[in-house]
Design a protein around this ligand. Structure first.
Ligand SMILES: [Ca+2]
Length: 188
């Protein structure tokens, strides 16, 4: 039971779990009497979503990538592209960092890639794909600092492989964040 001031226009119910429906009824009271409870009002907290962080250097980098030390990267390491250019998602595995992951439910997932171009115009893009799906262009920002870009895929439940492809040399991929929720990652 929550008591509110007479002029209250709202009541915030904090610290609830995601995807939980709560039901509320309102009773107005004065010093002597209480009204009948109102009809039930329902509210459901948002789907926070599943979240998965994977270090790019823990994936399977093809021969056109190398693992580099980077103090700005999560885990102190990233993968850096070395081959330039390819205009399409490469056919073979050498130009791809393959990142396997398990996903328990069918549906849309947003994949956030934390990446850094070492030069603003010649290393600021790449490719991303899910399993054997179509490649998607990803821009890695204009500054030589880490930022995140996102693409959305629809996947089945089960084992998957995210493919990060080379489009330009000398960009660094630090980490990926996979979620079916609405939230962007709140950590590197
Ligand atoms: Ca990393």
């Amino acid at each position: 039971m929550t008591r509110l001031p007479a002029d209250a226009k709202w009541c915030l119910d904090k610290d609830l779990k995601p995807e939980t429906t709560r039901r509320y009824r309102i009773t107005a009271r004065n010093e002597c009497f209480a009204s009948e409870p109102s009809a039930v009002a329902k509210a459901t907290t948002a789907n926070e979503g599943r979240m998965l962080f994977i270090e790019a250097e823990k994936g399977r980098p093809g021969a056109s990538w190398r693992i580099v030390d980077d103090e700005d990267a999560s885990g102190g390491k990233a993968v850096q592209s070395t081959r330039y250019p390819v205009s399409k998602m490469p056919e073979g595995p050498k130009d791809i960092v393959e990142i396997p992951f398990d996903w328990p439910v069918e549906g849309h997932v947003t994949v956030w890639v934390r990446a850094k171009p070492l030069a603003s115009s010649t290393s600021d893009s790449g490719h991303l794909r899910s399993d054997d799906g179509p490649r998607q262009f990803v821009g890695y920002g204009n500054e030589p600092t880490y930022s995140r870009c996102a693409r959305t895929f629809r996947i089945a439940a089960g084992r998957h492989a995210l493919g990060i492809g080379i489009r330009e040399a000398n960009n660094r991929i630090d980490r990926v964040f996979i979620t079916n929720g609405q939230k962007a990652p709140n950590e590197p």
